[in-house]
Write a protein that binds this ligand. Sequence first.
Ligand code: 13P
Ligand code: 13P
Ligand code: MG
Ligand code: MG
Ligand code: MG
Length: 370
Amino acid sequence: MKITLTAVRVDLGAVGGHLQPSEKIVSAVRDTIKEKTDDLLIDSWIDFTGDDITILCTHEAGKENPEIRKHLWNGFEEGAAAAEEQGLYGVGQDIRDAGVTGAVKGLGPAMAEMEFEERPNETFLVFAVDKAVPGAFNLPFYLAFTDPMHCPGLMLSPRMRKGFRLTVMDVLYKEYDREIVLDAPEDLYNLAALLREQNRYAIRRIESRGTDEQALAASTIRMSNIAGKIMGKDDPVAIARVQDPFPSSGEVVAPFSIGPFVGGFMRGCHNGPLMPVPLSTKVSYFDGPPVVSCAAFGLRNGRLTPPIDVFDHPLWDHVRSRLAAKTLEIRRQGFFGNAMQPFETIHYGGLVNILRDLDERFEIMRPPRD
Ligand code: 13P
Ligand code: 13P
Ligand code: MG
Ligand code: MG
Ligand code: MG
């Protein structure tokens, strides 16, 4: 049975600025999406991480289906209406600025879709990030799919021996989508050279080179820098199929224990460690730190099992303590150096204006001082 998974992250407004959507918003979205169960959709699941709602739908309508998008959009509208009624902050943040109704690709909500022949024991993970750029997934997914230090399955499983094929998107490339396909292990150094630059390059898709089946889809969207304001969708979502020809759940989630510094913390302008958190976790300190949740599902004929909350485990409590210390440590240096995003990717025109004004006040010293 050919099934499509459609996963979306959308910010429709939140309580406390950008901390958490209200229960009313989440219910409004959930109720609207559920209306089409057994009709357009086979099944769905709705939750939140930080201030973005995560929607997962299963169906047989294929990728980029206009009816599915229209239905999702109705859900977003209902959620935004609930936010408006409660007087919440940033009502319809990801849909009202997007302009054209239904323009899911481009500036609006973040979407990851995958169509595949359902395995008899299909199992997959949904990762949801808040306060981070799409490239925040680069390091953990690179390690999970290409590095035997983190993914022993690359040595131990004959089905994974040929490695994986990664598609990487240049999210800052002018007005076009531009992507490159690189094979691991041959292209490992090339992959590292690109993936180190999280603000520009983001993993979009991973396939098994043994079976050609798709393992991973992530919601990478081209960003555009319009007059010093970055437009586009941060707070990504990714779907990773696991087991058999793919890494195991544990191999995919283990590299998240690193908690690498990612861009997108406070006003999208700061760097902070990506902290793995349980489902339905808000953000708090300095509007963060950047967070990632992981829900594991089983699937039969498109029907979802209830999710397992992967980062809700004592081991991850220890990781969280370490990353809380890492967060507080980088925040001690305030605006300085690596604590903030490079100038080119700062979201706020304010800084651009300050530097433009100051530029006029610089004096060229003639003759030179030395
Ligand atoms: P706004 O620009 O939407 O106010 O968001 C910034 C913010 O709330 C940072 O705390
Ligand atoms: P979101 O993108 O999660 O809405 O965060 C906005 C922000 O600037 C928080 O400081
Ligand atoms: Mg927000
Ligand atoms: Mg958000
Ligand atoms: Mg956002």
